[in-house]
Ligand binder design. Structure first.
Ligand SMILES: Nc1nc2c(ncn2[C@@H]2O[C@H](COP(=O)(O)OP(=O)(O)OP(=O)(O)O)[C@@H](O)[C@H]2O)c(=O)[nH]1
Ligand SMILES: [Mg+2]
Length: 317
């Protein structure tokens, strides 16, 4: 490797909720560092994922889906996504071909149109329209009628992009091509993180996110979004973690749902979370969970500070 050719920089992944931003981040990093779910507004924070290539280091920022906020927490979450539009080398807007282009995508384009940072557009979930994806080459995919119609819509809304790349995260299609394009846009420079690092977030952050993911997976309706996590105790004993965490709900009626009949729901949350933690951190995990009620916590700054990790990201919180 010629050192003078080494490139490094930051790329923000932006889009409406549920398009696959966190799924893409995990695929790029090769480890599950960001939680994923089929429910909208899964991600609440900016999560840096670090990717090392022999000629470059890229820091990808996963961001919350851009949405119209309905409460105080939503406003802060949107602010996190907005902050990620500035001070980065490249923006990547992700669209979802299965869902189509709607008002929420227009909102995303409105926000980025104020930025002078170069933009790459990814059309994700093309596996849902091209069932024989793995038999097709890049040109055949690009020329496909459904893809071309989608590109026409993009051109009407936001023609100021550098490149459009159709991808499928679940079928690992188009990602290498995306990565190579990203590197072309990065400035020459030294790595920003050590080669071993995979994320800029702490172990404690990851622990609270894993617990939240299991709640998103196992519960429905308003529960997944009403939940906050507070880590009461985290003890790292080298080959084991001792963890006590509170699951915060915002109404009395939600507590028995999260606990479940004879503790069956909280038991499942604990079991799945513990398994993921042991796999990710390669340690034995002792995990105790408690459910607590804090009325309307998502409207209260003090509680938002305690039960999300937004305080690291939002100056005035
Ligand atoms: N079919 C298909 N599904 C995908 C693909 N990529 C992601 N998904 C699914 O899309 C859903 C949303 O994925 P996430 O990665 O959580 O989406 P996100 O954009 O981070 O969502 P927010 O955090 O809510 O903004 C999950 O159910 C994923 O499994 C893909 O390439 N094809
Ligand atoms: Mg996400």
């Amino acid at each position: 490797m010629n050192n003078s050719d080494y490139r490094s920089g930051i790329v923000s992944l932006i889009g409406k909720p549920n398009v696959g931003k966190s799924s893409l981040l995990n695929f790029l990093v090769g480890e599950k560092i960001a939680i994923v779910s089929d429910k909208i507004q899964t991600t609440r924070n900016r999560i840096g994922g670090i990717v090392n290539k022999n000629n470059a280091q890229i820091v990808f920022y996963d961001t919350p889906g851009i949405h119209k906020p309905l409460h105080k927490l939503g406003k802060y979450i949107l602010q996190v996504a907005m902050n990620a539009l500035n001070g980065v080398d490249l923006l990547t807007v992700i669209l979802d071909i299965e869902d189509g282009i709607f008002q929420s995508d227009k909102l995303v384009f409105n926000h980025i149109s104020k930025s002078t940072t170069p933009v790459i557009i990814l059309i994700n979930k093309i596996d849902t329209v091209l069932k024989n994806l793995n038999e097709l080459n890049e040109e055949e995919v690009f020329k496909n009628e459904v893809i071309q119609n989608f590109i026409r819509k993009i051109n009407e809304l936001f023609p100021a992009y550098e490149k459009i790349i159709p991808i499928s995260v679940t079928k690992s299609y188009g990602i290498e091509s995306y990565l190579n394009t990203v590197i072309e846009f990065l400035p020459k420079g030294h790595p920003l993180f050590s080669e071993e690092a995979i994320t800029d977030r702490s172990i404690k952050f990851m622990i609270s996110e894993i617990i939240r993911e299991k709640i998103l997976f196992l519960t429905n309706e308003e529960i997944p979004h009403s939940v906050g996590i507070y880590i009461q105790k985290f003890q790292d004993e080298h080959d084991s973690f001792d963890i006590m965490a509170d699951i915060i709900v915002e109404r009395k009626s939600q507590k028995p749902i999260v606990i479940g009949k004879k503790g069956s729901m909280i038991g499942k949350i604990r079991k799945l979370a513990k398994k993921d933690m042991e796999y990710l951190f390669d340690v034995k995990v002792k995990l105790e969970l408690f459910v607590k009620i804090k009325e309307n916590w998502r409207q209260n700054d003090k509680f938002i500070r305690e039960y999300t990790n937004l305080v690291d990201e939002i100056k005035n919180l």
